[in-house]
Design a protein around this ligand. Structure first.
Ligand code: A2H
Length: 253
């Protein structure tokens, strides 16, 4: 990290239910939670969105008339990357504490699930990406561990008013075959290292390192129009298709 600018794919997760009046009146556009990912080719396997309960997010209008929700820091970066009408400027329509976004129903591009929900993740960093993370438990050890925590711990769901049906029906999806790890590489890495929870930071870092590079260099897609092809070959193609359909954008930091 920290060598040069990092390119993220910003995934537009459409909010499917009314939010506050401040956000719904006016422009007639849609509202999106925007998640920064390094793995656009994994978006078929999205099972939920991660929000940090105590981080403050802002809602602001972008050129298209739509409203994006992310951290203030990310909104500031985006306004210098042509996201807003006036370069270098954005107007916060509302400030929203993560907790108030929990349980929001969303539609996210490529996901095999037609609707997914915003759920709490306690290890999200405010100073990275958009502060909103899309969850792919098949291929991301962090996502796998955090989703398993929510499934196993009723008290954790209750604490954030998460209904069972927002969590329990969502299973990891087989999207990439990784030699030696199979089609649910994050689950295998977490099992091998006996990772107990999302707070097992050291082991999770090890698991991430193991499956991340192997998934990229040796993985083969087993879903979607590019099934059978190497991840390396299709990553950019899948990113480009989502961008052309206005379901994603490039975000740098
Ligand atoms: B990745 P890097 Cl399938 N806090 O997307 C914590 N984690 C964050 C974050 C934040 N504020 N913003 C983004 N991320 C996650 C997919 C994925 C990711 C897979 C496998 C590995 C993986 C689905 N989640 O990342 O420090 C996002 O999760 C492993 C590194 O900028 C994003 O990509 O390198 C990645 O971390 C960005 O991490």
């Amino acid at each position: 990290e920290g060598v040069g600018p990092q390119e993220y794919t910003l995934i537009k997760m459409k909010v499917l239910e009314p939010l506050s009046d401040a956000l719904n009146s006016g422009s007639g556009g849609c509202i999106y939670l925007v998640a920064a990912t390094l793995r656009p080719e994994t978006m078929y396997g999205q099972t939920n969105c991660w929000i940090h309960p105590t981080i403050k997010y802002v809602a602001f209008k972008v050129c298209s008339g739509d409203v994006f929700i992310c951290t203030r820091r990310a909104a500031k970066n985006m306004c210098y990357q042509g996201f807003t009408e006036e370069n270098g400027k954005f107007e916060a329509l509302a400030e929203l504490v993560g907790e108030t976004l929990m349980g929001l129903k969303l539609k996210s591009p490529l996901s095999v699930y037609s609707a997914i929900y915003a759920l709490p993740m306690l290890t999200i960093k405010e100073e990275k990406g958009s502060g909103i993370v899309t969850s792919v438990p098949s291929d991301s050890p962090d996502d796998y561990a955090a989703l398993r925590d929510l499934k196993n711990k009723k008290a954790l769901r209750e604490k954030y008013c998460i209904k069972d049906e927002m969590v329990l029906p969502f299973q990891p999806v087989e999207i990439i075959d990784v030699p030696g790890y199979g089609r649910l590489s994050a689950q295998k890495a977490c099992d091998d290292l006996k990772i107990q929870s999302q707070n097992d930071r050291e082991k999770l870092a090890e698991a991430k390192e193991k499956v991340y590079l192997k998934g990229f260099y040796e993985g083969t897609m087993v879903i979607g129009e590019h099934r059978g092809k190497p991840v390396q070959e299709v990553k950019k193609l899948i990113q480009r298709i989502m961008i052309e359909k206005k379901e994603a954008m490039i975000y740098m930091e």
